[in-house]
Design a protein around this ligand. Sequence first.
Ligand code: SAH
Ligand code: SF4
Ligand code: F3S
Length: 485
Amino acid sequence: MSELYNDNPTLDFLKQQKNIDEDKQGNVFFQEKGSSKDKNAKHFYIESYGCQMNFSDSEIVASILMDTGYSPTRNMEESDLILINTCSIREKAEDTVRKRLRVFDKIKAKRPGTLVGVLGCMAERLKKKLLDQEKLVDLVVGPDAYRDLPKLVAGAEEGDKGVNVLLSREETYADINPVRIQSNGVTAFISIMRGCDNMCSFCVVPFTRGRERSRDAFSIVAEATQLFEKGFREVTLLGQNVDSYKWENPEDKSVVNFAQLMEMVALIHPDLRIRFSTSHPKDITDEVLHTMAKYENICKYIHLPVQSGNSRVLKLMNRTYDREWYKERVDSIYRIIPDCAISSDVIAGFCSETEEEHQDSLSIIEYAQYTMSYMFIYSERPGTLAARKYDDDIPEAVKKRRLQEIIRLQNQISYKRNQTDIGKTFKVLIEGTSKRSDQDFKGRNTQNKMVIFPVDERYKAGDYVYVKVYEASSATLKGNMVEKP
Ligand code: SAH
Ligand code: SF4
Ligand code: F3S
């Protein structure tokens, strides 16, 4: 441990933490089966769908399985245990999972001993029913039951189907050191809370993830500190609603809110960037915005899903803010952090949405000047408030047309905004070489925009460089490295 952290309160926590395994943090090296190192080890293969929380959970699952002697593999054909971490947010998400299960069936036909486990939100939503529908599935494990995996897997090896979908009010996996299975070694996710108490009427998450709970602040700072020491340079603090993060220290009853947590992480090192997701418009405070403005290493980017720009629809959605409130939050962001980028989620064709109300969604996109948005057609989810109370009455063709209008407008805005970046110089964290060409580096600026620029041998992933932009599309900026301005 370097000098740097000697006065860091998390040091004690780090020392106390039993579960830290130096070899497991950082990149995992996937061993091919049969290599001398782990000839006898069993292998698991895991695929993740859905939100970042699910990807982060898969890293917790990997850690738990590796403690029981399973090694990760990237090749599902040679794995003894195939896991799929699933999402239920829209019908399509579940369809994708079912399609993957058909692929796993074929592997099982070839290698009958292979176990298949369904984890995550679809496991939680369908529970035991999933075993009736999917005869070849051996395990169904919900998001709060991953500590039970070793027992369930051992049972399944003996031929017992295993189900644990109990939700918890306390589980945060705070003491589990996630294994960064898909990592680029530069950026990492840290879950800071679980569950959601909001009950937006369209949303299945409160049912699949349970009640909201915040994780021990010191365990979060400890994890971020460790990541920094391993060479990581960016952490994204994750939760369904990070602005309602609230952790009470059991020792002195002091409370840490989200702004304070962010500050604690920002103070680890100026070269550790902090991002976070997702912010709820009803909860994002000026204190959070001022903390963002105060620290250069807190990225100037907020994902602030609006869902709809119309107050009546927002009320039906149970979002608990209206159009005016949302606009005021956007104004405050641009006032306190003038160079901040905002992105959004928008739903097209929610129950009873009229053409005028749809126009309100378009005009709020224009108002907020989002750098990008995730845009969806409303998909009714069984058991949600909207499914019980409102008719899913917008014809599919109308939903699709509205979505297209939203996408077209957002693309125009993204393009226009990115054009204004031409000629500007940004500090960029190199994440690796670009997908398209290994002659180019890719990285992000503080506003979370992807920047592509020619490889320079003097630099590597994890370094900060300055890039002057000469070209921009709606999705990426292209530039050349320059000296620090
Ligand atoms: N906690 C985050 C969002 C989590 S789900 C928040 O409150 O902003 C991610 C996005 O999926 C949501 O923001 C919403 O836009 C979309 N979504 C959720 N349920 C949906 C549904 N039933 N149909 C279509 N989109 C949905
Ligand atoms: Fe779903 Fe709303 Fe919770 Fe987000 S805040 S996860 S949309 S219920
Ligand atoms: Fe999907 Fe569950 Fe995330 S429903 S979006 S994986 S919380």
